[in-house]
Each structure stands twice: as structure tokens, then as C-alpha cells.
Design a protein. Structure first.
Length: 280
């Protein structure tokens, strides 16, 4: 952080005449010293305040994900098993304990991990042959919104980010697809162009087709809710009877999410790193 430079003296300002008395000179020098000390102290305080603002003492330490130059279709990332209900002790929630342990090893918030795990469990019932993994969902969540924390948002206990996550207009500008509005602005607030929404960054039209409410409470699925977004992403990835436990199936699924080899490698790298960390 570069602090503003002190203002320079104007060349148009006439110099102040020196006082004849030594006391006046002494007072002037003391005043100048006090001004300089106050300026330096103020600058140091401002820099410290800015640094403190950017640091969250409760956040997990940064988790480094090395990029793996894996060839598309060659492999699927490693997957760690979730705790089974039989492992539950009286009064204990194995998924909550698992999420807290894995969160301490990665930069994934506990609330996001529980959403990825819940989607994994639901898909074991809905589409067991798909072999969906929480790690793959976490890999996507990392790239799409850093698990609901992009644009200064913070994932809350409700599963909603502290402010809606809405992407740029898909208006055909360089590097951006052109997708005209499909939801009347209901999800993204834009009645001209579509925008990707929520922590898993769904285009409204795709969301409307695949959305499912994770809570099963009869309410409408919300793309901003990490539980609904993770489950809907899992359903989309498993479409067409895919088996994401194979290299071919995994890459086909990810490329359908975003048709980019670079994107696929980023998701693979995160998913594999998370799965390995969960086993340590």
C-alpha cells in the first residue's frame, strides 16, 4: 500500500521572515517536529489499519493448489469417502465433524464443505452410477466464486452469501459469450442480458432446467444458496448417465460446465488437492 505523499510547498508562497528572538525560532522548530511526527504516525496507523482490514484472524490459512497439466480425459481427480451414518456417535454429527477437520486443512469454509458433502450424499441416492464427489464440487466452487467469497461476499450460516453473487453481463464483449435475457431479470436483475449467478455461477436458463432444492422443504431452489447450487451442479454434471469416476466421464462433465481445457485443469487441480488434504 502506497500512502499519499506529503503536499509540496508552492513556489508562489512567499517565505516567512525569520523572527529575531531565539524563543520564536525554538517554538517554530518544535512545532515543525510535532507536525512531522504526527504525519509519520498517522501514515503508519493508516497502513496498519488497511492491513488489519484485509486479514481475517478466523479464516483458515491460505491453501496452495499447484496447477496440474493433466491431459483431458486421462484421469479423474482423487476422491475421499465421506463419513458414513454408521460412524455417528451418540449426539455427534459425523459430517459436521468431518467438515470442520477438512476446513482446518484447506481454505474451504465449513458451511461450503457441508453443502458439497450433502450434494454428494444426495447423489449417491439419486444417481449412484455417477459417482459424484464432494471434491469435484469443491473444485468448481473454488474456481467459480472461491466458495461464495468472491466480490467481497462472505458465506453465511444460512447458506447464502452476505451479498448476491452476480457475474458480468453476457453481452458478447471480448472473451464473453452473448446470451440474451432468459429469466426476465428474476435471478440476475438484468432484463437485457443473462449473467451467471450464485456461488456456482449458473446461467439463469440452465438453472431453471436443473435446479433442485436441497432442503426438500417445498420452497423454490435459490441459485444464491450454496446447498441448492451445489446439488444443482451435481445434477447437471451427472446428466446423460455420466460416470464422473472415470477420466472420460469427469472431463466430459466439466467441459460441459465450461468448455475450456484451462478451466478443467483448474477444477481438477483443486479437486485433487482437496481430496488429498482430506485424507491427511
Amino acid at each position: 500500500m502506497v500512502l499519499p505523499s506529503p503536499p509540496k510547498e508552492s513556489a508562489e508562497v512567499a517565505p516567512v521572515r525569520a523572527r529575531r528572538g531565539g524563543v520564536g525560532n525554538l517554538f517554530g522548530r518544535v512545532a515543525l517536529v510535532l507536525v512531522l511526527v504526527a504525519f509519520i504516525a498517522g501514515g503508519a496507523w493508516a497502513l496498519g489499519a488497511l492491513n488489519r482490514k484485509d486479514v481475517d484472524p478466523l479464516a483458515p490459512p491460505p491453501f496452495l493448489v499447484p496447477l496440474q497439466e493433466v491431459s483431458p480425459g486421462a484421469a479423474a481427480p482423487g476422491a475421499a469417502q465421506l463419513p458414513q451414518p454408521a460412524q455417528q456417535q451418540q449426539g455427534a454429527d459425523p459430517v459436521d465433524e468431518w467438515a470442520r477437520r477438512v476446513s482446518s486443512k484447506t481454505d474451504i469454509p465449513v458451511r461450503a464443505l457441508k453443502a458439497y458433502a450433502q450434494a454428494d450424499v444426495i447423489m449417491q441416492s439419486q444417481a449412484p452410477a455417477c459417482r459424484m464427489s464432494w471434491a469435484t464440487l469443491a473444485g468448481i466452487g473454488r474456481v467459480e466464486s472461491h466458495h461464495g467469497s468472491i466480490f467481497g461476499a462472505r458465506l453465511q450460516d444460512t447458506g447464502l452469501p452476505s451479498k448476491p453473487i452476480i457475474g458480468v453481463p453476457l453481452n458478447g464483449s471480448p472473451g464473453v459469450r452473448a446470451i440474451h435475457d432468459t429469466d426476465g431479470g428474476a435471478y440476475d436483475g438484468d432484463t437485457t442480458w443473462d449473467r451467471a449467478v450464485g456461488p456456482m455461477q449458473f446461467i439463469p436458463g440452465t438453472w431453471q432446467r436443473w435446479a433442485q432444492r436441497a432442503a426438500g422443504d417445498g420452497l423454490q431452489a435459490d441459485p444464491q444458496n450454496i446447498d441448492d447450487a451445489a446439488l444443482t451442479a451435481a445434477r447437471y454434471l451427472c446428466a446423460g448417465g455420466r460416470d464422473v469416476g472415470t477420466g472420460a466421464g469427469w472431463w466430459q462433465a466439466i467441459m460441459s460446465y465450461n468448455n475450456s481445457v484451462e478451466y478443467g485443469r483448474n477444477v481438477f487441480s483443486g479437486a485433487d488437492a482437496y481430496a488429498r488434504a482430506s485424507l491427511s
